[in-house]
Design a protein around this ligand. Structure first.
Ligand code: NAD
Length: 695
């Protein structure tokens, strides 16, 4: 049963029951229509309530039906909505929790809405590159005014019950402990005549502004926040139609825009990313239901850049965390970093000072490894040095309780070699957080050769509590993300050798949609780590070519923002990169030294060389089984490296460009007298994809 129908006094209650989120599947839509008809036919019924089971009204479209004929089967949502709005008995939406997308559009078609205090309402379609397609863009502005509706629709962000009451989206907030509040409301409106319908209301604009100026301003603001995405601006068009056109014409405009967007590359990419994130949580040989170990307490060793961010992530999730350092001074500094971050959040009004103290109280500082022994999970975030980490793991092996999970935050070291020094390699794995660890959503979970399945499942589950998106990586130098990045970096430096300036390369990749260009990124991250890695590479892999131009910059003492100079220069206290003639001169002399006459390089070539370098290394990573699937690599790049959302990630992008075209372009680069022709040998997996048409 997808919709329960029960008559209480003279009120028919239609309760949507389609776990987990009461999605509006074909069976649910059928159930709603049948339930409504049943209520209309029953002479005892004076009013009709639509609600959901548990704490969900409806999460909207049923994603199990995406891209299946059932999604379009009649009755479609528009038909159900028409039937609800057209009912001659009053229909009340009792919003008992999550109410999103199609769920909110259904509620907007009801004559009245009440909500419980825990309700959360949103039209999140924009996040999938769409606009609401079942009247949401036309009815919401009539309920809450153009300004509020536009902010909700163009951001997709939810609002709570109080906000909904204040803005007129719901008529009343009712207790969630008993259903009596809803029934009382239904009795009050049972005889109302005529029934209020949002379609008959006019849209309110903010006082003192005409429609033309309001929407001109909205386009500027939404355009700025959209970062190159088109759907947010289409939301503005649709709300404008709600203001300027009669209801039915507005509805037709919304429909037409929706249908166009469903076909757009941008929406396909965003939907790919949405499903890729869900898919990333699945591990073929660790099925759902694999037993997990409880993680109620954690410990972090090392409270530097990463350790402090990781500690904050745990405290933010309400998990107590013991923090260990080498000295009292380092401990004080680490904890001060956490406090400063939370206090700054509080100053911006996003957290109370009591909350700051509550989170600080979850951090338990210590200098003694014995104090960690009862933690369910310990994460090591000390210096990147195998001997130091192995020494620590030997000590952890001695002190930690049996069954504790032992994790390393290493970015490059061999997790198997770390696990091997313990007597419990099945309890060891890598948790590779990204900086700043309390902000970045990505977590690479490194599965070592002997990591236990229950350990892996436990950490994947923990990641969700920490609000991270976890991707499983096998053991290799750099794991998925940084291993690919190395090839991107190599290309960016070759491009400088051949004639492009850092600012030209940055501008081309920013135009492509990267959160920032590579050279601005090197300056932000600090260039000493990359320098050290390259020195190691020259010794390990002498047959591979590297540009030395980055080393020359570092050897001038220019390490990036932290020294006020890197590829750019920075005014004191500023993070704005300013091109520096000293760098131009350095590049000039380096080109002369290696005998290259600079040439003009197009933006297209810059983007293709950097992005296809990622794609080819991604394909190698698939060949070696380091990543489970191509879409996991997309998740890594979207959530951890600022890759443009509208492309769906590097691997999906290669597919939309066409694998054949990617290979042909790579072959052209290899034949261009390039410094490292072998660089462009297509990985076997890429060649196979070109034959099969998918990864
Ligand atoms: P960091 O130098 O900022 O912090 C390391 C901290 O560990 C220092 O505070 C130090 O006092 C402490 N420490 C060292 N040895 C210790 C020991 N035996 N016992 C207790 N404390 C000890 O370094 P970081 O940037 O935070 O990096 C930590 C780890 O995270 C490294 O393995 C690094 O490769 C990895 N990592 C770094 C980044 C990044 O962007 N910085 C990103 C991902 C992973």
């Amino acid at each position: 049963m997808k919709v329960w129908v029960e008559v209480r006094d003279d009120v028919a209650v239609l309760q949507i029951d389609n776990p987990p989120v009461n999605g509006l599947s074909h069976a649910t839509r059928n159930g709603l229509r049948a339930g409504l008809q049943h209520a209309l036919d029953n002479p005892r019924v004076a009013a009709i309530v639509i609600t959901g089971t548990g704490t969900v009204f409806s999460g909207g479209a049923d994603i199990k039906e995406f891209n299946t004929p059932a999604a379009l089967a009649e009755p479609n949502l528009l038909q159900v909505i028409d039937a609800v709005e057209g009912s001659y008995k009053p229909v009340i939406a009792a919003i008992n929790g999550v109410c999103m997308g199609g769920g909110l559009e259904l509620a907007l078609a009801c004559h009245y809405r009440v909500a419980t205090p825990n309700a959360s309402m949103a039209l999140p379609e924009v996040k999938l590159g769409l606009i609401p397609g079942a009247g949401g863009t036309q009815r919401l502005p009539r309920a809450v005014g153009a300004d509020k509706a536009l902010r909700m629709i163009a951001s997709g962000a939810p609002i709570g019950a109080d906000d909904a009451l204040k803005s007129g989206l719901v008529e009343r907030v009712v207790p969630n402990t008993t259903f009596q509040g809803v029934l009382d409301f239904a009795h009050e409106v049972a005889d109302a005549m005529p029934l209020p319908k949002l379609r008959n209301k006019a849209v309110q604009l903010p006082a003192g502004i005409d429609a033309a100026s309001f929407f001109a301003g909205a386009r500027v603001q939404v355009g700025r926040e959209a970062r190159g995405l088109t759907a947010p601006l289409k939301c503005v068009d649709a709300v404008e139609a709600a203001v300027l056109k009669p209801f039915d014409e507005g509805l037709a405009f919304e429909r037409q825009t929706f249908v166009e967007l469903v076909q757009s590359r941008e929406s396909k990419a965003l939907r790919h990313a949405f499903f890729a994130e869900r898919e990333a949580g699945k591990i073929p040989d660790v099925p759902e239901g694999t037993p997990t170990r409880p993680i109620n307490t954690a410990a972090i060793i090392g409270c530097g850049t990463m350790g402090s961010g990781i500690a904050m992530s745990f405290a933010n999730a309400g998990i107590p965390v013991t923090v260990m350092e080498m000295s009292q001074a380092a401990l004080d500094k680490g904890l001060a970093t956490c406090r400063a971050h939370w206090e700054s959040t509080a100053r911006k009004g996003r957290m109370s000072m009591e909350e700051v103290e509550r989170r600080m109280a979850l951090l338990r500082p210590t200098l003694n490894i014995e104090d960690l022994k009862d933690a369910d999970l310990v994460i090591e975030a000390v210096f990147e040095d195998l001997a130091v980490k192995q020494d620590l793991f030997r000590r952890l092996d001695r002190v930690m309780k049996p069954g504790a999970i032992l994790a390393t935050n290493t970015s490059t070291l061999d997790v198997d070699a770390i696990a091997a020094v313990t007597r419990r390699p099945q309890d060891v794995l890598g948790t590779h957080f990204f900086s700043p660890a309390n902000v970045m959503r990505l977590l690479e979970v490194v599965r070592a050769r002997r990591t236990g399945k229950d350990v892996l499942a436990s950490v994947m589950k923990l990641a969700r509590r920490l609000k991270k998106v976890a991707v499983v990586s096998g053991v290799c130098d750099g794991f998925i993300g940084n291993r690919m990045l190395e090839q991107y970096i190599r290309q960016s430096l070759f491009l400088v050798d051949e004639g492009a300036s850092p600012q030209k390369i940055d501008a081309a990749l920013a135009k492509f949609g990267m959160a920032m260009g590579p050279f601005a990124m090197y300056d932000m991250a600090g260039m000493d780590i990359g320098y050290a890695i390259r020195q190691r590479r020259y010794a390990e892999k002498p047959h591979i070519t590297y540009s030395r131009i980055g080393d020359r910059v570092v050897e001038l003492g220019r390490l990036g923002q932290k020294t006020g100079k890197g590829w750019y220069r920075y005014e004191p206290g500023s993070r704005t990169p300013i091109p520096d003639p000293e760098i131009d001169a350095l590049i000039d002399s380096y080109r002369k030294e290696i005998g290259i006459r600079p040439r003009a390089i197009s933006d297209e070539e810059i983007v293709q060389r950097c992005v296809f370098a990622l794609v080819n290394e991604g394909a190698r990573i698939l060949d070696e089984g380091i990543a489970q699937r191509a879409s996991d690599i997309d998740v890594v790049y979207l959530a951890g490296y600022g890759f443009p959302a509208a492309t769906g990630g590097p691997m999906f992008y290669a597919q939309t460009v066409g694998f054949d075209k990617v290979i042909k372009t790579m072959e052209r680069f290899a034949g261009n007298g390039h410094a490292d022709p072998a660089f462009w040998n297509p990985a076997p997996r890429l060649r196979r994809a070109a034959v099969e048409g998918h990864w």
